[in-house]
Write a protein that binds this ligand. Sequence first.
Ligand SMILES: C[S@@+](CC[C@H](N)C(=O)[O-])C[C@H]1O[C@@H](n2cnc3c(N)ncnc32)[C@H](O)[C@@H]1O
Length: 235
Amino acid sequence: MSARWLFDRLSLSAPLARLIGLFGGERFCAHDYWEARHRSHRGKLSAVGHAQLSDSANAAQYETKRDHVTRAIGKHVSEPQGKTLLDAGCGIGLLTSAFVDLGFSVTGADVSRTGIAEAEAREGRVQFVVSSLERLALSQVFDVVVIVDVLLHVVEQDAWVESLGSLSRHVREGGILVVVDSMQRVDDGKPVHCNWRRLDDISETVLGFGLTLIDHVEFELSHEGSRKDIAIFRR
Ligand SMILES: C[S@@+](CC[C@H](N)C(=O)[O-])C[C@H]1O[C@@H](n2cnc3c(N)ncnc32)[C@H](O)[C@@H]1O
């Protein structure tokens, strides 16, 4: 019996699940966690949204996210028609369709096979790929690479830096990387599957991969009672 199993199936509090896992000498494995989460929440928005919120509350949150993220991208890409976009960590494709609707030619990638199968069933206009961020090696670069609420779940620091490296390498010269994350959370009380970083840390790391911060906006998710950040970097 693993900490992930306890966390997912019995709805134990994250600190308790973490404690049990550590006691058993177990390390949190993000890939296993997300595959299990996609399976146990299959057909529900809580597979990728807030695990404790109803479908209608998650749907409202997604509407807010979609509006802010598409507006932020629109500020920097005036003519999306014919341009390429990678939705990294696309989950079940809830935002992927919005990027297609803007006119982009879209590729979606996620580490979870179950998540990608759901995304394929939902959106037929996108090419989907099963891959972790760390190992992502597509044969093209993109005008826009967008990553929504994924980097905060890359808990291990080495994997997080590697992920930012591979995301950056998929941005074409002059293209943008759009990071949507929680960049202002305090450090205490982090759930086992979260490790949020500040804008400064993200900017400094991404700068090392040749991208510069060009924009930062914030918005509020009222159901969750949290603030989100959108940071945009140009190569
Ligand atoms: C909170 S969900 C967000 C999904 C989607 N971006 C959205 O906004 O609906 C996080 C997603 O990231 C994926 N994920 C987590 N760690 C990953 C990694 N290292 N590489 C690729 N995908 C990952 C999970 O499978 C999950 O689908």
